[in-house]
Design a protein around this ligand. Structure first.
Ligand code: ZN
Ligand code: ZN
Length: 482
């Protein structure tokens, strides 16, 4: 999930917007990022590019090896160090993200909190939070359901109050996050550490342009255009003025309205969203796939208005749910269902349960395989010596050997441990105890079978001696009859 960013309506803030690129950087303009230019190998000179019909989609022409090619050919900006830090800070984001927590702390120590203002702040927190989760994230970034125009406008206003950049900018970054997760083309790649994915990526200028992601659908959306056009006045009204006015005109608490419903609420909403980029890629279970960093955890869900089942979300991003089980905390899902029930939302997308279960079972099997590989298992029968029945009986005079199911077992370490008593084992030394072991005397448990298999020392030539004796007897009887 993308996060707070103050954006002027002039367009995306990327490396490409820098007036003067850092010396040595060769980042081409966005429309030249793909497809890459070819070079004449004999001279090294670029060949004249043939006019080509441009795709209507930003990612329509990208080469199959886009990720490796881009990472190789477009060097990242140099690492941020003390000596260059002042040049590398994104000052607008930096000021917003540092001044609001400082103001919040000041307000906490200097302003009385009334119950009405407290309740209003919590309500407005969910108002802003749902604008991001149900609007920016699940509706616009992922198209996981359809919203009617009134709901779209409401979600745009709600999301604006979270002061996290325009829908256009936010959804573009988030689509890149999903497509290039854990690579340097992910604008907030969790592989760069918890601090980077939580805050760092907004505080300093991006080290690279985020990977290509198409947003042609969003460019046509009238609600998104409206929000983009009036973004600055809208954040001032929805982020600060409105929450203050409600408490001021409602119950005379102007100061509390400003510090709690506007500022403290904003800081909570910011860090709630940041946790989806950081905590949700760090804490919890990889319930569906462990190749990448997204994780599922109740605590993350609790602090992010239900975006905590992030491993599921990265597997099934167009599903309108984050939590699939009824008892898992996902108020955003409940909100979307409520909007559907009043006719404001439709076409709620769900991945088939069978596919969801497959993902879960595949991970469970992988875990079981890992557990299995950590245990000691009996020797493979190919690695055991093959011994004749006579040699087995002869060897049994020197040590306690018992044949069961074609295997010879050395029971010396188990003679005094046998639950039925030593005498039962002693009576079977040098004999085939297959029948007795498998129910003739006692139908042994799985645990007993496993334990027994660890005592294997050889294989009876010809398999089960009882069967061999039986066959011999039948042959003998047939010969007599003839
Ligand atoms: Zn997402
Ligand atoms: Zn993620």
């Amino acid at each position: 999930m993308a996060s707070p960013h103050i954006e002027l309506p002039s367009g995306e803030q990327t490396l490409l917007n820098r007036k003067q690129p850092a010396p040595g950087l060769r980042t081409p303009p966005a429309d030249q990022l793909s497809p890459p230019q070819s070079e004449d190998e004999s001279t090294g000179a670029p060949t004249v590019p043939q006019p080509k019909k441009k795709s209507a989609f930003a990612d329509g022409d990208i080469p199959d090896d886009y990720v490796t090619r881009t990472l190789e050919r477009e060097p990242a900006l140099p690492p941020v160090e003390w000596k260059n830090i002042l040049n590398e800070i994104q000052w607008v984001s930096f000021i917003v993200l540092t001044s609001t927590p400082l103001l919040a702390v000041y307000g906490l120590f200097t302003t009385h909190l009334s119950w009405k203002t407290f309740a209003w702040s919590i309500a407005y927190y969910f108002f802003s939070g749902l604008g991001i989760t149900a609007g920016y994230h699940r509706l616009w970034a992922h198209r996981s359901y359809n919203a009617s125009k009134p709901l779209e406008y409401a979600l745009a206003i709600m999301g604006t109050s979270a002061v996290q950049g325009s829908i256009h900018w936010w959804a573009r970054g988030h689509r890149a996050h999903h497509r290039y997760t854990d690579t340097d083309l992910d604008p907030y790649g969790a592989h760069n550490g918890l601090l980077w994915s939580h805050l760092g990526w907004m505080i300093v200028k991006p080290r690279r342009k985020p990977g290509v992601a198409d947003i042609s659908d969003l460019r046509k959306n009238s609600v998104i255009k409206f929000q983009h056009k009036f973004y600055i006045p809208l954040i001032l009204i929805t982020g600060f003025v409105f929450p203050t006015i409600v408490a001021g005109l409602g119950w005379g608490d102007w100061r509390g309205g400003f510090f709690y419903a506007a500022i403290c609420r904003l800081v909570f909403v910011h860090h709630s969203t940041f946790c989806v980029n950081s905590l949700a890629h760090w804490l919890g279970e990889a319930s569906f796939d462990n190749k990448m960093t997204p994780r599922d955890h109740f605590i993350t869900a609790l602090v992010t208005v239900g975006e905590g089942y992030h491993n599921f979300h990265h597997q099934f991003p167009m599903d309108y749910r984050n939590a699939v089980k009824w008892f898992q905390y996902d108020p955003t899902k409940w909100f979307i269902i409520a909007m559907k029930s009043v006719g404001l939302a439709s076409n709620l997308k769900k991945f088939p349960d069978n596919e969801v279960q497959k993902g879960r079972v595949a991970m469970q099997l992988q875990k079981l395989n890992e557990q299995q590989s950590e245990l000691s298992w009996p020797k493979n029968y190919n690695d055991l010596p093959v011994i004749s029945w006579d040699d087995f009986q002869e060897e049994s005079k020197n040590r306690p050997l018992i044949a069961i199911s074609g295997f010879i077992h050395d029971v010396s370490t188990f003679m005094d441990e046998h639950p039925g008593g030593r005498h039962l084992l002693a009576g079977k030394i040098g004999k085939d105890a297959t029948v007795a072991f498998n129910g003739g005397l006692y139908n042994h448990s799985n645990a007993a079978h496993n334990l027994l298999s660890m005592m294997r020392v050889g294989v009876i030539d010809g398999g089960y001696q009882l069967a061999v004796d039986d066959i011999k007897l039948r042959h003998k009887n047939r010969a007599i009859e003839c």
